[in-house]
Write a protein that binds this ligand. Structure first.
Ligand code: GLP
Length: 243
């Protein structure tokens, strides 16, 4: 793991955007994965600015999202599809055929997960995947206890997120909500990984991820085993590290 500590959140956004740009430059038809959340929104906007300023050619690139909210309409503002569309894919004019997402609704998530992973493979496999970090150590919707060997699948959502989504979408308590996600095995197969974490609420889990044992109780700890993984932190998220 390579650890980079940035002086400010804005510096982190710029460096993260540069790393996505490097991935785009690495192969004309690069396959570039993104994650949603509070951390990555500003990074995506920084990337859009960088593309506009430099004229970076994204015309051959496939962008995809590593996870999705299951059980809500795709147009819901908190669905990963809509977030990525608003933050990056729409502003850059990426066409639908080069924007791959897992579905929010399906009668067979297992089939759709296999089709999604097959399509990424057909396009040459994942060159680069940008990750966020949950406060409990989750990656995508791989919650604590997720097997390191698991592939893409329908998984559970943590209670706080579930509550917020029910409130925002008016989803009744008896309708199941979940997260459909690439598995930890799929994430580890990406050629290059970058994870970003910002703010004091991530400091304790950042320490466990980097300095703790590799354990399924902390899904992100598996990244210690990846041959090309960079962790981008602001000062607050890095504050408990023994650097
Ligand atoms: C959600 C997403 C993850 C993301 C995580 C971190 O759970 N499904 O893909 O990495 O949140 O989000 P935030 O940056 O808002 O803390």
């Amino acid at each position: 793991m390579r650890i980079l500590v940035c002086n400010t959140p804005a510096e982190l956004d710029r460096r993260a955007a540069e790393m996505i740009a490097d991935a785009v430059r690495s192969r004309r038809d690069a396959v570039v994965g993104l994650s949603t959340g509070r951390t990555t929104g500003d990074i995506h906007r920084a990337f859009v600015r960088l593309v506009r300023e430099t004229g970076l050619d994204c015309s051959g690139v496939t962008f995809f999202g590593q996870d999705e909210v299951a059980g809500v309409p795709r147009a819901y503002a908190g669905a990963c599809y809509t977030m990525l569309k608003n933050e990056l894919v729409g502003p850059l004019g990426i066409p639908e055929e080069r924007f791959l997402m897992l579905p929010t609704e399906s009668d067979d998530f297992g089939r759709d997960c296999r089709a999604f992973m097959d399509e990424l493979e057909k396009r040459g496999g994942v060159d680069f995947l940008f990750l966020g970090l949950g406060e409990n150590g989750h990656l995508g919707f791989n919650q604590p206890g997720s097997p390191f060997g698991a592939g893409a699948r329908l998984s559970v959502m943590y209670p706080e997120l579930q509550e917020r989504i029910r409130r925002e979408t008016g989803t009744p308590a008896d309708k199941p909500l979940g997260g459909v996600t690439m598995g930890l095995k799929d994430i580890m197969q990406a050629r290059k990984l970058v994870l970003a974490a910002k703010g004091p609420s991530k400091a304790a889990i950042v320490k466990k991820m980097i300095e703790g044992p590799v354990t399924e109780d902390v899904p992100a700890s598996v990244l210690q085993l990846h041959p090309d993984c960079t962790v981008l932190l602001d000062r607050e998220a890095a504050s408990q590290l023994a650097l």
